[in-house]
Design a binder for this molecule. Structure first.
Ligand SMILES: NC(=O)c1ccc[n+]([C@@H]2O[C@H](COP(=O)([O-])OP(=O)(O)OC[C@H]3O[C@@H](n4cnc5c(N)ncnc54)[C@H](O)[C@@H]3O)[C@@H](O)[C@H]2O)c1
Length: 352
């Protein structure tokens, strides 16, 4: 059987999760790697056995041998590179956030339609084993009608700096980086309802807290303590057309005891704690039950999530599966993210 010829554009931190997963997929041949920094692309190509190295993604896309690409570059380049790749006849797996702008997300949706190629958005949390199990329960009606969700990732100290804290390249701070994951996960589990309105707040109160000593945190390769143009905290209440609502808050830094993360959904027959540990809460015979599914990983497991995401993308490209995180979902999440920033600037709820 023929293999899918893959290239990876952007050879920074997250590319290794894509490359490790492609390396473990027997239906894939890794052909090329591209990065603005040639040395970075070459190092990854040597490590993963790619035959070709590029520094200009347009040259890579002109290579007719390549059938599909993973886009692992800065957020502000996702739409431009995705459209160029689709127009060049390649399937696309684009990292989150798909877009930092609603107009651009719409342009990308058009490009998917005209190309007839697959575009999968890298909403990796959907692909974890626990998310798959929960989705089965929800689809079978075990949780009933899901009317509320609440998601929170509050880092006390964790602004990665570099491009992450440069709004021009990232599109925003914790909301674009980590908020996108948990908003998407809740929205997906809620049955992908249409967003009706968003009320959001963003705060630039603490900066990046580069003054803190004796406590380490992840820093981007180009960390520069003097540069930070993104919010340190964002919160939002999102209303959907079906009456359901989602409350979310995320921070890069905040005065609190510990970093905390929780994702919960609530239905009229049952609820679920998805993070930090997967539990289903329900009742039977007038007794409340907390059900603990017995699965390999009850929290988000990084390697498992990426392997499942990459395997699914490959299967879609080979015509064996249907997309579960298509461009339409990327567009709806872009609306929510941009709506939160717009609402924060206006100081009022925005309606769609
Ligand atoms: N799904 C997840 O859990 C997850 C986790 C981390 C990052 N990400 C996403 O992955 C993307 C990359 O993040 P990262 O942490 O790897 O950042 P990074 O800074 O480590 O790597 C980004 C790389 O992209 C390269 N690049 C930028 N523009 C380019 C262009 N036009 N052509 C070629 N190369 C280009 C940079 O030189 C850099 O090497 C971001 O969109 C981020 O949001 C996703």
């Amino acid at each position: 059987m023929s293999t899918l010829k893959i290239a990876v554009i952007g050879a920074g931190s997250i590319s290794s999760a894509h490359l490790n997963s492609y390396a473990k997929n027997p239906d894939v041949e890794l052909v090329a790697i591209c990065d603005l920094v040639e040395e970075r692309a070459r190092r990854a190509a040597d490590q993963y056995g790619a035959r070709k190295v590029y520094t200009d993604y347009r040259e890579l896309l002109a290579d007719s041998e390549i059938e599909a690409v993973s886009i692992c570059t800065w957020n502000n380049t996702h739409v431009e590179i995705s459209i160029a790749a689709l127009d060049a006849g390649k399937h696309v797996l684009v990292e989150k956030p798909m877009s930092t702008d609603i107009g651009k997300a719409l342009e990308l949706q058009e490009a998917v339609k005209r190309s007839g190629k697959k575009l999968q958005v890298g909403f990796v949390r959907r692909y974890s084993g626990s998310a798959k199990v929960l989705k089965q329960f929800i689809d079978a009606g075990d949780l009933g009608d899901i009317y509320y969700a609440k998601a929170s990732i509050l880092r006390r100290l964790g602004n990665p700096g570099g491009w992450f804290s440069d709004r021009d390249r990232s599109g925003g701070g914790p909301l674009m980086d980590i908020g996108v994951h948990i908003i998407d996960l809740c929205w997906y589990m809620m049955g992908r309802p249409k967003v009706k309105s968003v009320s959001g707040n963003t705060y630039h109160k603490l900066g990046n807290r580069s003054n803190i000593q004796n406590l380490s945190f992840y820093q981007a390769a180009d960390y520069d303590a003097s540069k930070n143009t993104v919010e340190d905290l964002a919160n939002a209440l999102i209303r959907f057309e079906n009456g359901a609502s989602l409350f979310v808050d995320v921070s890069f830094t905040l005065h609190q005891k510990n970093t905390v993360s929780s994702v919960n959904i609530y239905g009229d027959k049952g609820g679920a704690e998805i993070e930090p540990d997967f539990v289903i809460a329900t009742e039977k015979h007038n007794t409340i039950l907390n059900i603990q599914p017995q699965i390999d990983y009850t929290g988000f497991h990084f390697e498992e999530g990426f392997q499942n995401e990459i395997n699914h993308f490959v299967n879609c490209c080979l015509g064996r599966a249907e997309l579960i995180s298509p461009v339409e979902d990327g567009l709806e999440i872009t609306k929510i993210l941009c709506g939160i920033y717009e609402s924060s600037v206006k100081g009022e709820e925005v309606h769609f």
